[in-house]
Ligand binder design. Structure first.
Ligand code: HEC
Length: 106
């Protein structure tokens, strides 16, 4: 999948996040797993595994995408659309999911 396509998918996710349609944690998780994978196996090699990563690490990455400390054309707009409370909840949620059964070499 080309990065351009990912960026387009990401942009449509931001639209979804910004509307009231994504107002529960599970609604948001659905958006994330569209790229990061339902069972910890991302849809594309360019997308990192987030399931089973350290909660603090996930929190810091999302916070940095949001505040510009880490830039990515797909993730930055997504994180910008999240509230701090969402970031905390998502980091906790994904850290508790089982790590991918087929971890990729990175
Ligand atoms: C359109 C596809 C897409 C969607 C939707 C998406 N991500 Fe991502 N995510 C990516 C890509 C691509 C990267 C790698 C970006 C980079 O290189 O910095 C990434 C990186 C990350 C990272 C950093 C992982 C690491 O190992 O450093 C976290 C954390 C993350 N995403 C969480 C989320 C969460 C939570 C959501 C839902 C709110 C989400 N993502 C939605 C594509 C997506």
């Amino acid at each position: 999948m080309a990065l351009k396509h990912l960026a387009l998918i990401g942009a449509s996710m931001v639209g979804l996040l910004a509307t009231a349609r994504a107002d529960t944690l599970s609604d948001r998780v659905e958006l994330c797993v569209a790229c990061h994978g339902e069972h910890g196996v991302p849809q594309d090699k360019s997308i990192p595994v987030i399931d089973g990563q350290q909660q603090g690490y996930l929190y810091l990455q999302l916070r940095d995408y949001k505040n510009g400390g880490r830039r990515n054309e797909v993730m930055s707009p997504i994180a910008e659309a999240l509230e701090r409370a969402d970031i905390i909840a998502l980091a906790e949620y994904f850290s508790k999911r089982p790590a991918s059964r087929s971890p990729r070499m990175r």
